[in-house]
Design a protein around this ligand. Sequence first.
Ligand code: BGC
Length: 506
Amino acid sequence: MFLLPLLVACDPAEDSGNPLVYAFPEGFRWGAAGAAHQIEGGNTNNNWYQFETLPEFAGKTAEPSGAGVDGYARYEEDADLLVDLGADVYRLSIEWSRVEPARDTWNEEEWAHYGAVIDALRARGVEPMITLHHFTDPIWTYDLTDVECESGPSDTNLCGWTNPEVPAEFAEFAAEAALRFGDRVDEWTTFNEPGGYLLSGYLGGAFPPGEMNLTTGSVESRIFPVAAGMLDANAAAYAAVKANDLVDADGDGVVARVGFTNSIQWIVPADPDDPADVAAADRVRGLYGYLFPDAMINGLLDRDLDGVPEESHPEWAGTCDLLGYQYYFRMYVTSVPNFPPIEAVPCDRTMLSIFGLDPAVLGCPEVNEDDVTQMGYEHYSPGLGLLAPEMASRYPGTPLRVTEAGIATTTGKRRGESIVRQLAGLSEAIEAGAPVDGYIHWSLTDNFEWADGYRPRFGLYTVDRDTFARTPNEGVDVLSRIIADNGIRRDLWEQYGEGEHLSPGE
Ligand code: BGC
């Protein structure tokens, strides 16, 4: 935990009784995020919808996304919520399957819709940060009614990223988005959490296409080819946005900054004194946390999965101007000899139970129950700050931004604690030199949490499941004060910052 809060210089006359104890640099960006499929509702033309509704995938998701949180219709209202929060950036995604429902066919009404969303944000002084791919694929790129691609690739089923036509189509979509919105958008994210998407979809089976390859050792035959397709897609989309967004929309000297957002947890060995666990944690970190940034920034791939990338890929290098990082939990890793693909597993209760592995027998540490969130993992506040120097030293010269962090809870106090403690650690990391230029909270409103459905509540604004009414919870109070102060004042720290564990609650 944090020992003594740093006392930061501020105007003593103004705030003598309640000084800032953690501060952020001038110009630090503050925002919140959402993603199309999780909020809009009515997204029936992508393969997540198939995954939620086709009988062959029954049980994979807790419930279908259905009407979302009515975000498609309520974009003006949600833009107002961002203003209430004090945000200057909103991270949102364009649903590819809406604007291109069939191959090479643009839907003009849907493009106009996203144009209106962008305009609504900018009219309120909120800059859009656009994600082009947030977990969902148009059905025509990979139709789950023929996952094995038995009929062969066609215009209605290109059979996924391993077909070079899919990266090429993604780049066309990226070019079109940049052409249409480049005058109003400067910040672009190609893929959201490509590592999470890849490993959940093609290794753990929790995302479309639902492949469970954990015990088959098929990293060579499946994981790397899909990753390579996505990396080709990223490189092509990067070039496409740069070629088509030629306007500095907000006048800050940046015409187009193109990056991606990386899922990276605080990954530690279950037993730090056991060299086998230490090496296992390195391997998991390499595969889960660093595969994509290593490739997009340094043009390297860890082909032998030992945690150290060695294979050179200049065609992917230099295709990330801004590295977004997204952090949610501490992941203990234990070594499990002869367990493919990397002889290591995360101490994840759900995953271990699928394979009949007992966490205690494997040597997984006990976690304090108060720190376990609605997602079943351990919330560990210091992780957000600890990750920043680790990434800064691995990718020198690449600016970082927290593009997601948050907590699934229905208890306001826990959300407040999570925000204050994580941001305190982040402030310290920045003070120590980590080049983090902003913080985007996940999420603005409650939304569809993929396989877990609507139960986990990540929103700063709680959404009534029947009326879709949005109500600010304690998270808004806490984060809006931090944003207004560009830092954490003593009273907020005393109320939420102290204590090793989260307050009890769901
Ligand atoms: C994803 C979000 C998700 C969040 C919370 C991130 O992995 O980008 O879509 O809702 O984590 O689980």
